[in-house]
Design a protein around this ligand. Sequence first.
Ligand SMILES: C[S@@+](CC[C@H](N)C(=O)[O-])C[C@H]1O[C@@H](n2cnc3c(N)ncnc32)[C@H](O)[C@@H]1O
Length: 268
Amino acid sequence: MHKTVRKVLRAVADYDPDYFDMYADAAEAMFARLYVERILRHASAAGIRQPATLLEAGCQAGRLVVPFARAGFRVTGIDTSGFALRRAREHAKAAGVDAAFIQGDLLAVLRRQPAPQFDVVVCAEVVYLSPQHRQMLEALAAAVRPGGLLCVSHRPKMYYLLEALRQYDVTSATDVLRRGEGPFRDSAYYNWQTPDELRALYRSLGLRCLAVHPIDRLAWLAQVDVKRLSEPQRAQWVQWELELPDDTAGDCARYLLIVAERPAESHA
Ligand SMILES: C[S@@+](CC[C@H](N)C(=O)[O-])C[C@H]1O[C@@H](n2cnc3c(N)ncnc32)[C@H](O)[C@@H]1O
């Protein structure tokens, strides 16, 4: 459907049949569990107890907002898309959980907030799409209270390297190795990092990197459509992913989740 028609339908009828609702998609909901399980374990290890506050920046339809709210966090979701937030509100209501939502660009919203205030700040599958990723990370880090956690997913360099090689596109593969951001094949802009580059990046933000977790190794590497699995098989798959040592297949995953702590004495 044409972009303008979709925009009008969204504004007038609150309807978009082509919208990819990550909360409602079975595969995305499964991958959400990989984020949520890991972040909950780190929060618990850091002594963060409910009702703690959690910000999700770029929350779309609430794929992570709802499970974190269900786990007892007081969740705030930010997104530029009013349509996404209406979906998120509906999903939260249907799940019987409360969450607050703010529409706007995360940089603009966070610059208006009295910082730092959140026990946990999550930003999943957002920063790799933006040339302003450095400024975004600074704003996200500043929103974490001292002793709190910043959890952000990034695209590993290996992801684009292997995606290029899968297409026999050696020129793009060479570009990926040479650069850390820019166009990739037919898409306008992405950024990508190695685990070591990410650790250095978070150090430069004054944060202590606690973990670099691969998110979705098996389905992506094996090119499996997890929607074809039954729900018990998907539950088993999540356990495999969580139990595999983090260094299995290195940074060959769709995303890398960085969990970093803002030191208690930090004034970043
Ligand atoms: C791929 S979705 C990720 C959704 C969610 N984080 C999750 O993991 O389920 C990216 C979302 O980020 C939002 N987004 C992108 N850039 C943003 C920005 N600068 N400020 C706020 N939201 C943004 C988009 O509107 C979209 O809904």
